[in-house]
Design a protein around this ligand. Structure first.
Ligand code: FAD
Length: 364
């Protein structure tokens, strides 16, 4: 017996399953390939929008709730699964704030600790960083998470709590009768439940277009490429952001450099030009990386929505169908609160944040 079928097992699908199961729901996740291997695996795991003051309020609302929840979530996951998701308060050092007054006002009105380091303080924060920042702002409370570890921990926890996960099952058919879905099919297998939630990341728009005429969910794949350097812990101490590019220091010393933003349909190939562009950025910020090997170079498909505001809510015509998708560049930063909101709506609880901006019929 299954109460809820979740289509897509990335961070959003897993977090949604976790939240729904806390109310006793029996959940089945159908995943097209191995669990968590798409955008969620590829991401950087920065638990904040890159320039919060340039970010629209509905994203901020989901982020701030998630930001408050992450330390406890990481602790519980580690305790229950033995997998450390490496939640790390490494702080975010923004080198090119441009409008310090706006940043200050934003931080003060949203209760976010900040500092405006002068050059000497900036050098003390990051002794190995060589370039000169234009107008730095430091957000010491911003954290990161290690994506594959978080995904493994979530997967392990929901399985231990009784979820079923079917990997390598692509939902290819959705059957409806009147205003309800009766079942979904993955080739030769058929599954049915009381409710269905689409958490299919960059594929959500395609699924919606194919099976449900309206409203149109404007979710499309946006490729992001990243590289990772093998380095010693301490070389870089904080996440550093400049001109939309960033470096993320992992707990074990590795340093990620990201990321590109490319509209290339479902093409996930990596390119030499992106690799050298990301490497050049990294060398400019942290010249010591020239002597560190690039261990890997990969690409992932973000679930891009026009404003970055995700679609979270019930389909206006199909009463047992819900969506939680389109998180674009901030899927990890918003995941816990997005899952909570979806569960609140599906279980008819009082919503954790006002749901209107995320509705499928709202302007996105
Ligand atoms: C390079 C890069 C850097 C990023 N950095 C950050 C960051 O620092 N911080 C941050 O918060 N976010 C970041 N992101 C964005 C973040 O990774 C995404 O927003 C998030 O992973 C989206 O999660 P998801 O579960 O919706 O999508 P996905 O992880 O893509 O999961 C969707 C799943 O649905 C499955 N699926 C699709 N169609 C079907 C079907 N028909 N049947 C069954 N299953 C199906 C897919 O196989 C996939 O596993 C980054 C992304 C990239 C690519």
């Amino acid at each position: 017996m299954t109460d809820i079928i979740i289509i897509g097992g990335g961070v959003i699908g897993l977090m949604t399953a976790r939240e729904l199961m806390q109310s006793g729901a029996r959940v089945l996740i159908l995943e097209r390939q191995a669990i968590g291997r798409e955008s969620s695996w590829a991401g950087g795991g920065i638990l904040s929008p890159l320039y919060p003051w340039r970010t629209v309020e509905p994203i901020i609302q989901l982020w701030l709730r998630s930001h408050a929840e992450y330390p406890k979530l990481a602790e519980i996951l580690q305790y229950r699964t033995g997998i450390d998701p490496e939640w790390l308060k490494s702080g975010l050092l923004i080198a090119d704030c441009e409008n310090e007054h706006l940043a200050e006002t934003w931080c003060e009105s949203h209760g976010m600790a900040y500092d405006r380091p002068d050059l000497a303080h900036f050098r003390a924060l990051e002794p190995a960083v060589r370039f000169t920042p234009s107008s730095p702002v430091f957000l010491p409370e911003i954290a990161q998470i290690r994506n594959p570890r978080l995904l493994r921990a979530l997967c392990s926890e929901v399985l231990a709590d009784g979820a079923r996960i079917s990997e390598h099952q692509t939902v290819t058919e959705v059957a409806t009768s009147g205003t309800s879905i009766t079942h979904v099919s993955t080739g030769d297998k058929t599954y049915s439940a009381d409710h269905y939630v689409i958490t299919a990341g960059a594929w959500s728009g395609m699924i919606s277009d194919r099976f449900f005429a309206s409203p149109r969910l404007k979710v499309e794949p946006v490729k992001g490429q990243m590289i990772v350097f093998s380095a010693e812990p301490g070389l870089l101490r904080h996440i550093i952001l400049n001109q939309g590019r960033y470096l993320i220091p992992r707990k074990d010393g590795r340093i990620l450099a990201g990321s590109t933003l490319e509209y290339a349909n479902f093409d996930k190939s990596t390119t030499e030009s992106a690799r050298s562009e990301l490497a050049e950025f990294a060398y400019t910020v942290l010249p010591a990386l020239r002597s560190c090997a690039i261990e890997k170079h990969w690409a992932g498909l973000r679930p891009g929505s026009p404003t970055g505001i995700p679609y979270i809510g019930q389909h206006p015509e199909i009463q047992n169908l819900y969506f939680n998708c389109g998180h674009f560049r901030n899927g990890f930063a918003m995941a816990p609160a997005s899952a909570r909101l979806l569960a609140d709506l599906l279980l008819a609880r009082s919503p954790v944040v006002p749901p209107a901006p995320y509705s499928l019929v709202a302007e996105h």
